[in-house]
Design a protein. Structure first.
Lengths: 637, 248
């Protein structure tokens, strides 16, 4: 596998400008001759599909939900970063770039991260032009708040539903193009296979989830914007439908998978309440602007929080990280919570929880001001738990939230399969080993609005691939394979439901490849996953048929891919024998429990190459170098 | 607690469909309504029966996918929550619960509790946007927007497009949904430019999709999980009236 990052040279602040000029263009009359498929309609997919259609390409957009507006970007709460420096607090493109590289523990490509910071300012302009109702101050200008891992306020927000507002903006732009006939929308369609012809991505196979029909879609380029794989853990903050199928199928067809072990555990989620639990609910990081994280100093202190005097509380983040305090980055904060609970100081049933307390902020600012900032999050918490955060501190615990790993892409966002582009959370991305809060929305929209529309044109202008159609044997083969797989799943007629397998896999992953990992556990995991997978294919029971809406069958197909992908993740976690960001190997920590990296050996991207069923995947390496942000110990003390 | 469920089962769009009885055993009060159904479905499937089909995704009240009429009220009738946010602590041991899909001409049933809401997408495609292409937007702070206006835009933009308003309306009207989009964009200067064309285009599409007219009974506001006010309907009507005078 050849890994050419195609990173431009020269001063970092000029690279993207120079690169854009060097990219070949497609003239407007020719654009309409090209068809592009966009899989997924979250922030990345919707913004890309709309922007490409505006340029004149024929676009087909696919989502498994009933409407593009349902994609899980909708659930992002806190905000979106941009280096506008509207607060006059010392922000700049370079500072956002610096914070992101440091936040990711020097495991992302400098040129990409700089470009992300550079276009961040355009995103806010674009969204406002679309009518996105960001929070404003009384003077009519945009408001900002702070997020973890930064000492400036650069986060734009719309109460606790920034994701919804940004996605509606992108969805409206997409809908406009659908109305104009420039985008063909395929809702309730799931991609089952990528079709590669003569080494290039030339289309996909989908299933119409309502009629069960298997369809072939031919194109000149394919864009995957299918999100992350956090649901490999079963319980996560992801929506129930989020899955790895699109990216994993592409991996099997030759796309390199970058850093699958990098997963983000978000520190502030509502704790698990029982074994029937179907998902975990995030409480936005923005709450840490005013909320203080604490546990009782004494082990097993069962008093009500209000009965515990200040002197007997341990404000863990403020104590451990005085300069960032409660706004320490996510990986660091999650580990601090786990450490406190492991030491027996956790609160609530099972002792897996810490307090997030607003009492001081309410005293300082009054309940109205706090309600204005976090009203909908507080009521969401109360709806789920029955407790009011105005009266009692929230109880929170870390949960799987985001995956930094994904399909490897070059500077043009093109995977190792020519013509296959990957954007948003689906690619291995600009976040390195840990993503900072409010940067996922930024990256999704940066890729879709401002990067892909340039780089995809260059591919189409230079590829000059011959025309193909659905009758090509590769399409027929892929469609037949997809049908056969569905029939196989339906034909097992065993005893266990899909969910029971998914839960078991998730629990294994959480225990051995979750917040803390070690070689012994990972080695066991690599034995256990294939055994579970074997049972899955022998003892699964999927009632119903493949000729209509069958939710169990959809789920079975997704879990089948998770069963394979989980092993790849475990192998990567075992192979990366260091701790960095979200990847915490217990063998590599200092006396205070902080990550110890091994830059000599692992300052690189691990890119996994599919080698066939039953074969260990092959590891390729893209070395990383840092000219501007010099690697150092990542400290938030 | 144990519950008796009456659930609408319909194998496909052309099937007549009927209520069917199920028992939900050992329901934990902390479960969400959908988690309670998950447990029922696990049991059905382990007996080789097909699960009750229902739409759901984010399970935190924001994607707008879940859509059930519970005891006659969309999302169960608790103020400001979607079905996925409805918890079983609101029910008692021995309760009987009737569960049905959204009922409206413009939302045909696909299967069991799953309906086709693509009519909403087609309404937005007709005008629920600002006609601005990517690139070339002026600086975000170039145009101040009074906080009050921005807040009103936000309140309307909180609509998640679930369709509860339509399901609650005796006419199956989509006026709250359409009004919310008109109000969201109408309260921003960027959206103001096309407000009359937008109001007309979206309303015409709404009629074409078979949604009914508004009788001002406000049932839509009562069940809206985002508590969107019927004042957005008044705003839409005002825009429609003005559009006529302006010859749009």
């Amino acid at each position: 596998m050849k890994l050419d990052s195609k990173t431009p040279s020269g001063p970092i602040e000029q690279r993207w400008t120079k690169h854009k000029f060097d990219l070949k263009l497609v003239n407007p009359a020719n654009k309409r001759k090209y068809r592009v498929l966009v899989v997924g309609t979250g922030l990345a997919g919707s913004s890309a599909a709309a922007s490409l259609a505006e340029l004149g390409y024929q676009v087909d957009a696919f989502c498994f939900q009933d409407s593009p507006r349902r994609a899980h970007s909708i659930a992002a709460q806190g905000g979106i970063n941009a280096a506008k420096n509207y607060r006059n607090d010392g922000d700049s493109v370079f500072r956002l770039f610096y914070d992101t590289v440091k936040g990711g523990e020097w495991r992302a490509r400098e040129s990409n991260v700089y470009r992300l910071a550079e276009v961040s300012v355009n995103i806010i302009d674009q969204c406002v032009a679309q009518g996105v109702p960001f929070a404003r101050e009384y003077g009519g200008l945009l408001d900002n708040r702070s997020f973890g891992g930064a000492q400036v306020s650069r986060t734009f927000y719309a109460q606790g539903q920034t994701g919804q507002q940004l996605l509606i903006g992108a969805y409206q732009a997409l809908s406009r193009q659908v109305g104009l006939g420039a985008v063909k929308l395929h809702a309730r369609h799931e991609m089952l296979e990528l079709v590669v012809i003569d080494g290039r991505a030339r289309g996909i196979i989908t299933r119409d989830l309502v009629t069960g029909k298997i369809e072939s879609h031919v194109a000149d380029a394919v864009v995957l914007a299918s999100g992350g794989y956090g649901n490999v853990f079963y319980l996560s903050t992801n929506a129930k439908g989020c899955n790895v199928t699109a990216t994993y199928r592409a991996y099997r067809k030759g796309a390199g998978f970058g850093n699958p072990c990098y997963t983000q555990i978000h520190p502030t989620c509502i704790p698990v309440s029982g074994d029937y639990q179907s998902k975990l609910t995030l409480m936005s990081e923005s709450l840490r602007n005013d909320g203080r994280v604490w546990v009782p100093k004494a082990k097993g202190d069962a008093r009500a929080p209000a009965q515990i005097p200040d002197a007997e509380r341990d404000y863990i983040l403020e104590r451990k990280y005085p300069s960032y305090g409660n706004l320490a980055p996510r990986d660091v904060s999650s580990r601090a919570a786990k450490e406190a609970c492991d030491a027996g100081k956790g609160v609530g049933p099972g002792g897996r929880g810490v307090y997030l307390d607003f009492a001081d902020a309410i005293k300082r600012l009054g309940p109205n001001k706090i309600g204005e900032r976090y009203g909908n999050l507080f009521s969401m918490y109360q709806t789920i738990t029955g407790d009011s955060p105005y009266e009692k501190p929230m109880r929170i615990y870390p949960a799987v939230h985001y995956t930094m790993g994904g399909l490897w892409v070059d500077y043009n966002l093109e995977s190792t399969i020519p013509g296959l582009f990957v954007i948003g959370e689906a690619n291995f991305s600009d976040h390195g080993a840990n993503r900072l809060g409010a940067s996922a929305l930024m990256q999704g929209l940066a890729d879709g609005y401002f990067v892909l529309p340039y780089t995809l044109g260059n591919y189409l202008a230079t590829a000059k691939a011959p025309k193909v159609d659905e009758s090509h044997p590769e399409f027929k083969k892929a469609a037949d394979e997809s049908t056969a797989k569905l029939k196989k799943l339906l034909g097992i007629k065993g005893k266990r439901t899909v969910d029971s397998f998914h839960r078991e896999l998730g629990l294994l992953m959480w225990e051995k490849c979750g917040m803390a990992r070690n070689a012994k556990g990972l080695n066991e995991l690599i034995q256990q996953i294939p055994a579970l997978r074997e049972e899955f294919w022998k003892n699964l029971n999927v009632p119903g048929s493949d000729g209509n809406l069958n939710l169990a069958l959809e789920k079975a197909g997704r879990v089948a891919d998770f069963m394979e992908f989980a092993e790849l993740m475990a192998r990567d976690a075992l192979d990366r024998d260091e701790s960095c960001g979200g990847h915490f190997r217990e063998e590599h920590q200092d006396e205070e429990g902080e990550c110890v990296r091994n830059d000599d050996k692992y300052m690189n991207v691990s890119v996994w190459e599919y080698a066939g069923d039953g074969q260990a995947p092959k590891k390729n390496v893209e070395p990383l170098s840092f000219e501007y942000v010099h690697p150092a110990k990542r400290s938030y003390k | 607690m144990n519950l008796k469920l009456h659930v609408w089962r319909q194998s496909g769009p052309n099937d007549a469909g009927a209520m069917k009885e199920y028992v939900a055993k050992n329901v934990n009060p902390h479960m969400s309504f959908l988690e309670m159904l998950d447990v029922v479905n696990e049991e059905l499937q382990s007996k080789g029966e097909e699960a009750i089909a229902f739409d759901h995704d984010c399970r935190e009240g924001i994607c707008g996918m879940c859509s059930m009429v519970i005891n006659g009220l969309p999302h169960g009738g608790h103020r400001g929550v979607t079905t996925c946010q409805l918890h079983m602590r609101h029910f008692n041991d021995g309760d009987e619960i009737w569960i049905e899909p959204w009922r409206a001409k413009a939302f045909p049933v696909i299967k069991d509790l799953v309906v086709d809401r693509s009519a909403f997408d087609r309404i937005i495609q007709k005008g629920g946007f600002v006609s601005v292409n990517t690139g070339g937007a002026p600086d975000a702070n170039a145009l101040p927007i009074p906080k009050k206006e921005a807040d009103q835009a936000f309140e309307a933009a909180a609509c998640i497009g679930c369709g509860a308003c339509v399901a609650a309306c005796k006419n199956g009207s989509a006026m709250l949904f359409v009004g919310a989009k008109a109000s969201h964009l109408g309260h921003t200067p960027q959206g103001d430019v096309e407000r009359f064309d937008r109001a007309r285009a979206m309303t015409m599409q709404m009629d074409a999709e078979g949604f009914g007219t508004c009788s001002n009974l406000s049932q839509c506001e009562a069940v809206c999980p985002k508590t969107i006010s019927v004042k957005v309907i008044a705003e839409l009507n005002r825009d429609l009236l003005k559009a006529q005078f302006k010859g749009k």
